[in-house]
Design a protein around this ligand. Structure first.
Ligand SMILES: [Zn+2]
Length: 196
């Protein structure tokens, strides 16, 4: 398929899911970069990288997963502090936990909008978005693919239970998060519940 046509079809999906997610504000879509993911930027735009575009003809659900994931970040205006991106080891644990909850929410909602298909979920995190379990990734809110698969399978819908279970999992599984005060944990929990 011709690249221009692929991009037209992807744009169509982008606006379809933007409506489905109830996002009224203007978010633009652009195609940039050679990588295999997407990004929500401070200019209120979503960038889809070339390898994600290329998935469209063979594995369209992977492209859709990325689109929905980034749209969820856009819906809640979730930008990471650029200073923290440059120096992830300086990120306070409570901020990392908030980032981890954002990533899980974006992934859970993508799964939800793709009909909660286990096949799609497993393919995406096993064969495509294979996140390495490193301290840098965790600081930026990313956990391993298998963790996303397990957490999302046990709570396929993003609701109060999913939020509580995720916080319980993250704080018991990752030693760095155990230092976070109860007051801060409550604050993170109620912020996510309020956005339901
Ligand atoms: Zn993300």
């Amino acid at each position: 398929m011709e690249n221009k046509l692929i991009k037209e079809e992807i744009s169509e999906q982008f606006y379809l899911y933007k409506n489905k997610l109830g996002i009224p504000k203007e978010i633009t879509l652009s195609f940039k970069g050679i990588g295999d993911s997407g990004m929500y930027t401070m200019f209120n735009s979503i960038i889809i990288e070339n390898k994600t575009v290329k998935q469209w003809t063979t594995n369209p659900h992977r492209t859709k997963f990325v689109i929905i994931h980034e749209l969820v970040h856009g819906k809640f205006k979730e930008l990471k502090n650029p200073f923290y991106i440059a120096f992830p080891f300086l990120i306070p644990p409570a901020v990392s936990l908030k980032y981890a909850m954002r990533e899980l929410r974006a992934n859970t909602i993508a799964h939800e909008k793709l009909d909660c298909s286990h096949e799609v979920l497993e393919d995406y995190f096993t064969n495509y978005c294979n996140i390495k379990d490193t301290s840098t990734n965790l600081a930026l809110g990313y956990v391993s693919g298998i963790t996303y698969i397990n957490l999302i399978k046990s709570n396929p819908i993003w609701n109060k239970q999913a939020i509580e279970d995720a916080l319980e999992h993250f704080t018991s599984e990752y030693p760095g998060f155990r230092k976070i005060s109860l007051r801060k944990l409550e604050k993170i929990k109620s912020a996510f519940i309020q956005q339901l």
